[in-house]
Design a protein around this ligand. Structure first.
Ligand code: ADP
Ligand code: PHD
Length: 466
């Protein structure tokens, strides 16, 4: 089988884990599979890079850069010493890591002096997590006697537009990746950085946080893989986030559409755009636990399962905010909603949920918390003519969603959801159901959110073995 295997930050968190991953790849390689590995940054490194860049762009403290670089160097040197056996390979690996850390240090010091951090520089800085990880994973594979070379996403052929932080992949990437990586499949395992790509000028771009899943899917589609495997620290896609719902169970099979809805509604197990290239080329995606490789995990496929559960999972999106726009002037004022949407689009704000009562005197929107200030400012400036009386907001909210294609056309699901919440004394602030009928989502206060998820998980008996 031809498989693209992606390992997330928790799977390559340190030298021991990288070595384990290399051994896992070796086993699958020796069984006759053709493999491409996609690696994320060592756990926590991307956050560290971003936090440091933000901090020094304000404080201008070069000493802070030096401390961060010393820690980062130690973390990667430690990993190399454990993950790479031969002295020769170790020094090759250290040389490539040293070169990258040196570039990174210069860039961070530049940010200290400039005192500004553009979206382009954020992508450049955050790319170093994966750019430091890939040579270590590759050298670890080599030290087990298998040929391996590492590539950045751009070197592998992923070219995007210049929407830094959330770049869109250009269509010609697929044939370029195929030309560059397919000939290497027979001889060994190519290791490609997840998350990062480049624009047509060769400037680094990123595919959005947690974008390594998406990278794997792009590469899988390009080399016409039989399957794409995403290795994680969990038993696949589960009926809820096991961090909040310890009884959550692994879902053996799920459709592309359900997986997309789950990731859109906050299941952090999958980057929301991961499935797009897989759907286009009908490639099955497996989500597996790195540390229990014999457990089947979840298979994501085009077809629905024969025996459908009405609800497959309950998800939670935190770090969102609610905006309530109200005013008597909105009643019958044609085009108000269009103006709100267009002004928010212009301000780069993504709307997660919308609700408008038939009285038309108010409209409620849910946006990512980080977009709240720009959203409120944009709406206030657009409606200075008193159509809108007030723009209120609340940061203390979460979106909860029940997801499952089986609820399509089945009466009573919404009734069951809201009856159970009522019984549990959970106040629902707004409700939304898409016309796809694959989800019902609603907003509750942050204080109630985890309890709401647990209540629904029990109500739909998701804690029972399937
Ligand atoms: N429905 C869900 N199923 C499985 N994991 C979930 C779900 N919702 C949220 N998660 C979280 O997603 C994370 C996925 O595993 P992780 O190894 O961190 O992936 P990666 O390193 O690829 O980002 C877990 O930490 C888990 O808590
Ligand atoms: N390292 C990047 C990309 C990524 O996908 O990471 P992970 O696979 O650990 O979620 C991030 O933290 O966003």
């Amino acid at each position: 089988m031809r498989i693209v295997m992606k390992f997330g930050g928790t799977s390559v968190a340190n030298g021991e884990k990288i070595r384990y991953v290399a051994e896992l790849l070796k086993q699958y390689h020796e069984k006759g599979n053709e493999l491409i590995a996609v690696t994320s940054a060592l756990g926590g490194v991307t956050d560290g890079l971003l936090n440091t860049a933000k901090e020094v762009s304000v404080s201008g403290k070069v000493s802070h850069v030096k401390e961060f670089i010393a820690d980062l160097t130690k973390k990667h040197y430690d990993a190399i010493h454990v993950a790479v056996d031969s002295d020769n390979l170790r020094s090759v690996c250290i040389e490539s890591v040293d070169k990258r850390i040196d570039e990174l240090e210069k860039a961070l010091i530049g940010i200290c002096y400039l005192g500004e951090l553009t979206t382009r520089s954020i992508d450049y800085i955050s790319s170093y997590g994966e750019r430091l990880a890939a040579p270590i994973v590759s050298c670890s594979i080599c030290s087990l006697g298998i040929e391996s070379k590492s590539f950045t996403g751009g070197e592998a052929g992923i070219v995007t537009d210049s929407t830094y932080g959330d770049a869109k992949v250009l269509e010609d990437s697929y044939s370029r990746i195929n030309e560059r990586l397919t000939p290497l499949l027979e001889s060994g395992i190519s290791v490609v950085t997840g998350f990062i790509a480049q624009n047509h000028k060769g400037i680094i771009t990123t595919l959005g946080r947690s974008g390594s899943d998406f990278s794997a899917s792009i590469l899988g589609a390009a080399v016409k893989a039989d399957e794409i495997w995403l290795w994680k620290e969990v038993h696949g896609i589960m009926t809820s986030d096991p961090k909040f719902v310890p009884e959550a169970k692994s879902i053996p099979q799920i459709s592309y559409i359900e997986a997309m809805e789950l990731s859109y509604f906050g299941a952090k197990v999958l980057h929301p755009r991961t499935i797009e290239p897989a759907i286009k080329h009908k490639i099955p995606v497996r989500v597996k636990n790195t540390f229990e490789p014999d457990f089947e995990g979840t298979l994501i496929v085009a077809e629905q399962n024969q025996i459908e559960d009405v609800v497959k999972a309950v998800t939670l999106i935190s770090r969102v905010a609610l905006i309530n726009i109200s005013g008597a002037g909105m009643v019958g004022a044609i085009g108000t909603a269009a103006r709100v949407f267009s002004v928010l689009a212009g301000a780069g704000v993504n709307i997660i949920m919308i609700s408008q009562g038939s009285s038309e005197a108010n409209m409620t929107l849910v946006v990512n918390e980080e977009h709240l200030e720009q959203a409120v400012a944009a709406i206030r400036s657009e409606f200075s003519n008193n159509v809108i009386g007030d723009v209120a907001y609340d940061r203390d909210v979460c979106v909860v969603a029940v997801v499952g294609a089986g609820m399509d056309g089945i009466p009573g699901v919404a009734g069951k959801v809201f009856y159970a919440l009522g019984k549990g004394d959970i106040n629902v602030i707004i409700i939304s159901q898409g016309s796809s009928q694959h989800n019902i989502s609603f907003v509750v206060s942050s204080a109630d959110a985890i309890e709401a998820v647990r209540i629904l998980h029990r109500e739909f008996e998701l804690d029972q073995q399937r």
